[in-house]
Design a protein around this ligand. Structure first.
Ligand code: NAG
Length: 219
């Protein structure tokens, strides 16, 4: 019994002191970005990509939320579109979801996709969107770079100020499978589930370029 209590106290202490990095992009630029180094190459036939995101950008432009690009191809991009809908692109056309607008309050956003059925969907704050059949028999290819804050039209360049991200992004995690709905809901509720197999935000190396402030917040 004493041992059990000790373990509970210890894990509470550890959880209490856990700090998570958060990226603040203060203004529109064509130069500020963060490259995220994954744990393994993005050779993916399925994925779950989650992040906490907040932006006050409004109006008539698209905003990049996540970009993974190989030399010649946008392998996986996640966008806030001009009309406020959210979409993702796997080297080609978009699949778009008419969801509530992002805003100043953090949204827990996840994107899921699986090649066998081509099923794609979003989760916003633990609520799943409708499923859309997008690309079956496709794969995301390795050898690219992951960029937050800009939409690269070359491997790590070709940025457009009018597509840049302004706001705060944190807790970007990626898995090479579609996680069960209850895992995604647990994450939204603040439980620390199994760490990302492709991107583990707690240990990921971040290469910060330009005007981006990395802050730590305690969980
Ligand atoms: C960005 O958008 C502004 C306002 O629409 C425009 O004046 C400017 O030319 C655009 N810049 C680029 C690099 O496209």
């Amino acid at each position: 019994m004493k041992v059990v209590l000790f373990v509970i106290a210890l894990s509470a202490a550890l959880t209490g002191s856990l700090a998570v990095k958060s990226l603040v992009f203060p203004r529109e630029t064509a130069t500020s970005y963060v490259e995220v180094i994954p744990r393994k190459p993005l050779n993916l036939k399925a994925f779950t990509l989650c992040m906490l995101v907040a932006t006050e950008l409004r109006g008539d432009r698209a905003v990049i939320l996540f970009a993974y690009r190989t030399q010649d191809t946008d392998e996986l991009n996640v966008w806030r579109e001009r009309d406020g809908s959210l979409s993702f692109y796997l080297s080609g056309n978009a699949v778009t979801f008419q969801v509530p607008q992002l805003g100043a309050l953090q949204t827990h956003l996840c994107v899921i996709w699986d090649y066998s059925s081509g099923a794609g969907a979003l989760f916003m704050n633990g609520r799943k969107s409708l499923t859309k059949i997008y690309k079956s028999d496709h794969a995301i290819r390795p050898g690219g770079r992951i960029v937050l804050g800009q939409d690269p039209d070359a491997l790590l360049g070709g940025f457009d100020i009018n597509q840049s991200f302004v706001g705060e992004i944190s807790d970007v995690n990626m898995w090479d499978s579609v996680l069960p709905k209850n895992n995604i809901q647990d994450m939204f509720c603040g439980k620390r589930i199994q760490r990302g197999t492709v991107i583990d935000w707690e240990t990921a190396q971040l290469k910060v370029n330009g005007e981006v402030t990395v802050i730590d917040y305690k969980l």
